[in-house]
Design a protein. Sequence first.
Length: 249
Amino acid sequence: MLSKSQISFIKSLHQKKYRKENGIFIIEGIKSIAEFIHSSYQVHSIYYLPQYQSLLPKLPANIKLFEVNNAELDKISTLQAPQGILALVNIPKNPVLTVSTLKGAFSLVLDGVQDPGNLGTIIRTADWFGFKQVICSAATVEVYNPKTVQATMGSLSRVDVFYEDLFTLLSKVKLPVFGAVLNGSSIYQTDWGKEGLVILGNEGQGITPEIMNLISHPVTIPRIGGAESLNVAVSAAILCADISRNLQK
């Protein structure tokens, strides 16, 4: 049985304020939890229905285990349909992004992406295509939002996510800066080269004007049909796929 204080504490982590204050976030689902157990993240504690205990991988001794019932899991879960197991994970100290880590690779840069599901899907996409870094503006949704974490399907354990002042970063970096816009060059005629930053903007407003001015290579996913725009996570997937295809030539 969980105490009222335990339930209250875990429920508080549904909110950004308390995640930040306590340095802990929530993940749910056996697959995602297993990914984090085998990563550099530190899993704090695991709460599980009895039938899920046998599905857990071998655990470090410092992870606290709590068996719960359905009613307790319903109270602490962030999901409408809980997945039978939930873990609390320590938020790592803010990683330091150095310009040297960006060289020789491609990184996604998000300028004000607001939907947590979109951010999570972009991180999962980056992981699929081997992009190691996602760089976010301060206006981008929090990466430890439960909906974001859920949408990454464990990929957050492998992709480094940084929050940076994009104007300062882009002003000093000596790399090609590609920006996804509506009136750029076709991505299919773009020479991507071997490294660069790929900027995607806010779902409704696109890339902010100050960041737009720092783009050296505006690119467009050619439109054939009548849709007004593409979802930002879908755009990220198309861009990553084309970059990956070119890198393999």
